[in-house]
Design a protein around this ligand. Structure first.
Ligand SMILES: Cc1ncc(COP(=O)(O)O)c(C=O)c1O
Length: 395
């Protein structure tokens, strides 16, 4: 199909809540996307932090094809080998006991929120269901995860009130603000170790350690949303491992499937007992093809030491990015990088960079986010830098 034909079908049948790039993404290969005309783009958004082992990673593609020929869906009433294999690999790699598969990041967070609420009301009584989250956080777009998202009045939240009760927000990286927001009805604190959609703000070690202590002192659970930070992105397998702060429960999605839709919540064997029979479930969560892809993707990430590469190349790139025009701050961890400009130029930088063959995202009017595949090289970063520098100078 020609681009114009594809676009016409979108115009006729879609309602877009996001502006799309003006090309058809036809092929993905490693760190590149090719469009309908054969033009190649260096992909520093990686499907929004998903294609961490590269587009169409051979091992992931093989695993998907092999599993698709065996059985594509059975339902969670059956044992399937890919679910079991991925569960063992995931849990042994990150040091948790039990997993519940989901389909997406929002659902993984929903599962985590449900577990914390049920734990609180069953252990302490009907009022102990409250969760404190951070301002400028992002936890998803389902109704509970929207309520958990600390962006009051923003376009993503406006019009969906009243939210489910039980969420209050505190200032990220401000322990005192979290201490003040917690009361005797609070059962959990939930944060992203590096805020992604909120503008790429890494937590300080002191803050996360402080939250851990606060939760321990008050009998609360610490929940980490690692949907974006998980699986090597920040320079350690999971961000919590790099910070040396273990939560009671962690959610994940995005990179864990290598492009297949899958998410999960991992926790301890004691906590998971809160869910009893029938308390939670999903039709597609843990789909065998998605789990086969997840196993292959996570093996690729571990075997090729991609977290280490993310730490090394990320440090190189962050240092280099400081030389861009109008830069106010470069921040991030590993290959989760935000560049804040002195002016609101992020959207222009995003679309003009695409014209020049580089794909990035804009997370705030003045902030671009760079979340490339984790196997990129310093030469790839030099190429991306060259395009950004040219685009910004031309603004
Ligand atoms: C930290 C975080 N949590 C949750 C989500 C929601 O994930 P999904 O879009 O897969 O529902 C996202 C998505 O960007 C995210 O970055």
């Amino acid at each position: 199909m020609q681009k114009e034909e594809v676009k016409k079908l979108y115009e006729d049948y879609f309602y877009d809540t996001f502006k799309r790039f003006d090309f058809v993404a036809e092929k993905g290969d490693g760190s590149y996307i090719t469009d309908e005309s054969g033009k190649k783009y260096l992909d520093f958004m990686a499907g929004i932090a998903v294609n961490s082992a590269g587009h169409c990673n051979e091992k992931v593609v093989e695993a998907i094809c092999e599993q698709a020929h065996k059985i594509m869906h059975a339902s969670n009433y059956f044992y399937t080998e890919p679910q079991a294999r991925a569960a063992e690999l995931i849990l042994k790699s990150i040091g948790f006991d039990k997993i519940q598969y989901q389909n997406s990041g929002a659902e993984a967070n929903e599962a985590m929120i449900k577990l914390a609420r049920k734990y609180g009301v069953e252990k302490y009584g009907p009022n102990r269901y409250k969760i404190v989250t951070a301002l400028d956080s992002f936890h998803g777009r389902t109704l509970a995860t929207l309520a958990a998202t600390g962006q009051p009045g923003s376009a993503i939240q406006k019009g969906y009130e009243p939210f489910i009760p039980g969420f209050t927000y505190a200032k990220f990286n401000d322990l005192k603000s979290f201490e003040e927001a917690c009361d005797e009805d609070t059962i959990a604190i939930m944060v992203e170790p590096v805020q992604g959609e909120g503008g790429v703000y890494p937590a300080t070690e002191e803050f996360l350690k402080g939250l851990r202590k606060l939760c321990d002192d008050k009998g609360m659970l610490l929940l980490f949303d690692e949907v974006q930070t998980g699986w090597g992105r920040t320079g350690s397998l999971m961000a919590f491992m790099g910070y040396g702060v273990k939560p009671d429960c962690v959610s994940m999605a995005k990179a864990m499937g290598g492009g297949m839709p899958i998410g999960a919540m991992c926790t301890t064997k004691e906590l998971i007992e809160t869910f009893g029979p029938g308390a939670h479930g999903t039709t597609f969560g843990g789909n065998p093809v998605a789990c086969a892809a997840s196993y292959a993707q996570i093996k690729e990430i571990i075997d090729n030491k991609l977290p280490e590469n993310a730490a090394k190349v990320g440090a190189y790139f962050m240092d280099k990015l400081k030389a861009l025009p109008y830069v106010k701050e470069v921040r991030g961890r590993g290959l989760m990088i935000g560049v804040e400009f002195e002016k609101d130029i992020a959207t222009d930088v995003k679309y003009n960079s695409a014209d020049e063959g580089l794909l990035i995202t804009a997370v705030r009017p003045s902030v671009i986010r760079l979340v490339p595949p984790l196997n990129i090289t310093e030469a790839d970063c030099d190429e991306a830098f060259g395009i950004l520098d040219k685009v910004i100078k031309a603004l």
